[in-house]
Write a protein that binds this ligand. Structure first.
Ligand code: ADP
Ligand code: ZN
Length: 721
């Protein structure tokens, strides 16, 4: 027997299946989709078995061992990987690796760290003929009563007696897998759906479309609708996938699902350890958990009979993998999987992507609407504060209006969320004397000041240096922190008001479990103000929050990205949606230097449809999605002159070979130099281009073997950095 094994060749971007001989003792267990260990040159590699044949004409090396008892890639995932590889022009191995938790990837020295618990049971001996002392007797009785008893329990009686009984072969050992995470039973906290929610649920059940777009304002009860649709599928014996953006995969959200569905859920998120992820994956693959709730890569969860796939906050950029191959969008993968399973895909958002809403308008997606909040209250009132008029009379970063609104909530013992819009913004260090900014020596990026360690750090390559006193350019002691990180805002706020402030950003939440503790503490009203970056904008549901303040709406508005208005509109609407979610009505105050910008104006009106129409006109004029498709090609390498020449050649070749397209570039990428690697970009726009993939595949092949230049291709990119 011969097995064709796919291995990962140290990032060479090459796929090849190698044949190996299957030793007789492994033949029974050899199956397509399992992971094996093979000799490769002088190394030992892991690989996936993709083919099984009877024999080979040439002499082959032996497979060394089988890594897992279970099939890792079932038939559907095997096919899906092939489809992804074609769709995104990525290697097959990268497509399989992306589907799996770290413990199951085909890597050198991968460890399968399954935890086992040890149990004991009585052996097949006639115990009436045996003699026991007291503690031995108690152990035997215990095993008689319960049949199978944990090591802990018996150890507590007497470890030496336990060992003796084992030696005498009175007891036998049994190993059982132990999952690291446990879920409690459901408390059946099912809510009676409102009439609007019921209508939506029935519309899904009674129609036969494949993709639905649920456009529902914040607080309209979308989650409750999802849960009802899931329950419907569970009754049919099917499983479900619920995708949420990583940032809103809060314990709160998981808790809501757990309360309703108890042990049948598995939650996959980045706060889990590798071992925990592996355990969750096995529970899913074995059908022990039928509802998977997780971030982007949970779309690959090995559920074998999917009944519905839900993508909450479908506008979230986190659903697109931008930084590595395959550069997939989870919604596209959801649709691919739904075809295999004949199931529906539900996309939900208060601010759908323009692409999605346009598809719904065209009838490609079935549009569902929830236009009112569950609590019957109107959406929170939004006030825009023009910071241009505040110059000189405000308190640091806070306008009069915002401070007095904060004070009035504090008096009423209500809570406040403050958003520091960090996107596209980094606190930077400049010399006041000569204007010199301190940059990373490896990357063309300004360094960020970290107060707690008094260092300047590069967020891209990890470079760090002690904070300077003197400017390296002019020698004056005028180095100044121009940033307004959350730390600094917190300091400012403490000077202005007397309140309990909870700061939440990536620095304070990186420790495991700290995010959850913070959310609970805020919920218990141990704090008055929750101050944070984007992390506070999504998915949180606190009944006492009646004021949301946005300290700086502009930072994300001025990014060199055609989606900057859309992203800002959606962020502001999300965070505004945190206010007034229960009986108290909410208010939102947005501080900005651009009060007349349409993204701000339509946020004030809380009118997605108006924003959509306006933005669509702009996209049409500028030939951007959804009117045109985009493909981004990044050319990178150490030698700028060389890659510039190659980039020009690529552009020429594109223009010669492809019709009906617009080519922009090559230009320097926004992130021009990272880790001493220069980056150039070419952007292709088109409505339809049949031979695009074929052509780009040729370009990729041409450069594959060259070590001094790297080509990345991103179809429908979400960021072009
Ligand atoms: P969305 O996801 O649309 O922002 P949620 O599903 O989080 O909205 O619902 C908002 C709030 O309303 C939550 O606190 C939720 O528990 C509550 N809620 C939703 N549906 C109902 C219902 N049918 N009856 C009572 N409360 C509900
Ligand atoms: Zn750097």
């Amino acid at each position: 027997m011969v097995a064709g094994v796919l291995v990962e060749l140290s990032n060479k971007n090459i796929d090849k299946i190698f044949d190996y001989n299957v030793p007789k003792n492994l033949e029974d267990k050899m199956k397509i989709g399992i992971r094996v260990e093979v000799p490769f040159g002088r190394q030992t590699l892991d690989g996936f078995v993709l083919e099984i044949k009877d024999f080979s004409d040439i002499e082959l090396k032996d497979i060394l061992s089988i890594k897992d008892h279970d099939i890792i890639l079932n038939n559907e995932l095997l096919q899906l990987g092939k489809a992804l590889s074609k769709e995104y022009l990525a290697t097959l191995i990268s497509c399989y690796q992306v589907m799996l938790p770290k413990a199951l990837k085909a890597k050198i020295n991968s460890k399968n760290n399954i935890i086992f618990d040890t149990f004991y049971r009585l052996n097949n001996v006639n115990i009436t003929k045996e003699k026991f002392n007291d503690s031995q007797r108690r152990i035997v009785d215990c095993c008689l009563e319960k049949e199978c008893v944990s090591r802990e329990e018996l150890k507590a009686i007497s470890l030496s007696s336990l060992n003796t009984l084992l030696k005498r072969k009175i007891l036998v050992e049994e190993k059982r897998e132990h999952y690291r995470l446990t879920y409690s039973d459901s408390k059946l906290s099912k809510k009676e759906l409102t009439i609007d929610q019921k209508k939506v649920v029935e519309e899904v059940i009674n129609t036969n479309d494949s993709v639905y777009l649920l456009y529902g304002v914040t607080g309209s009860g979308k989650t409750e609708v999802y849960m009802e649709l899931i329950e419907e599928q569970l009754k049919l014996g099917k499983g479900c996938i619920v995708l949420v953006p990583e940032i809103s995969l809060t314990p709160q959200m998981v808790h809501r699902f757990q309360e309703r569905f108890g042990k049948s859920i598995a939650a996959l998120h980045s706060a889990l350890s590798d071992g925990e992820k592996y355990d969750e994956w096995r529970r899913i693959a074995r059908g022990e958990a039928s509802i998977v709730i997780g971030a982007r890569s949970a779309i690959f969860a090995p559920i074998t009979n999917i009944g519905v796939i839900i993508v909450d906050e479908e506008h979230s950029e986190s659903y697109k993998q931008s930084d590595a191959n395959p550069r997939y969008h989870a919604v596209d993968v959801a649709i691919m999987r739904s075809r295999y399973h004949h199931c529906k895909v539900i996309l939900g958002s208060a601010t759908p992507r323009l692409e999605s809403f346009a598809r719904a308008e065209k009838g490609n997606y079935h549009l569902l609407k929830l236009l009112n909040r569950v609590n019957g209250k109107p959406l929170p009132k939004v006030t825009v504060v023009d910071l241009n008029k505040e110059v000189g009379k405000n308190f640091g970063h806070f306008s009069n209006a915002l401070i007095s609104a904060i004070n009035s909530r504090l008096e009423r013992k209500e809570q406040i969320i403050l958003l520091l819009n960090r996107r596209g913004y980094s606190p930077f260090i400049t010399c006041r004397n000569c204007g010199h900014t301190i940059k990373c020596p490896n990357c063309d990026i300004t360094l960020t000041y970290h107060k707690s360690s008094n260092t300047l750090r590069c967020h891209y390559c990890g470079y760090a240096e002690k904070k300077l006193v003197k400017c390296p350019n002019c020698g004056e002691e005028s180095i100044h922190d121009l940033g307004c990180g959350t730390e600094k805002i917190e300091e400012e706020l403490h000077k202005l008001i007397d309140a309990r402030i909870l700061r939440m950003d990536y620095d304070t939440t990186s420790r495991k479990g700290s995010h959850q503790k913070m959310i609970e503490a805020f919920k218990n009203h141990e704090y008055d103000i929750l101050l944070g970056t984007q992390i506070v904008a999504k998915g949180l549901d606190f009944s006492l929050v009646t004021l949301v303040g946005v300290i700086n709406a502009d930072t994300s508005l001025n990014l060199p990205d055609f989606r900057s208005s859309e992203n800002t509109f959606s962020l502001l609407n999300q965070v505004a949606g945190r206010a007034g979610r229960s009986e108290h009505s909410g208010e939102v105050i947005i501080q900005t230097y651009n009060p007349n910008h349409y993204a701000i104006r339509y946020t004030q009106e809380q009118d997605y449809l108006k924003f959509y129409k306006y933005e669509m006109e702009i996209r049409k004029k500028l030939k951007y999605p959804p009117y045109f498709y985009l493909t981004f090609i990044r050319i990178s390498g150490k030698d700028l002159e060389f890659i510039s020449l190659e980039a020009a050649k690529i552009k020429k070749s594109i223009e010669k070979n492809l019709n009906n397209i617009i080519v922009l570039g090559p230009t320097s990428c926004t992130l021009f130099k990272i880790n001493n690697i220069f980056r150039l970009g070419i952007l292709i726009k088109y409505k339809r281009c049949d031979n695009l993939k074929l052509f780009l595949d040729k370009i990729l092949s041409h450069y594959k073997s060259k070590s001094n230049i790297k080509i990345d291709i991103d179809f429908n990119p979400s960021q072009m950095l």
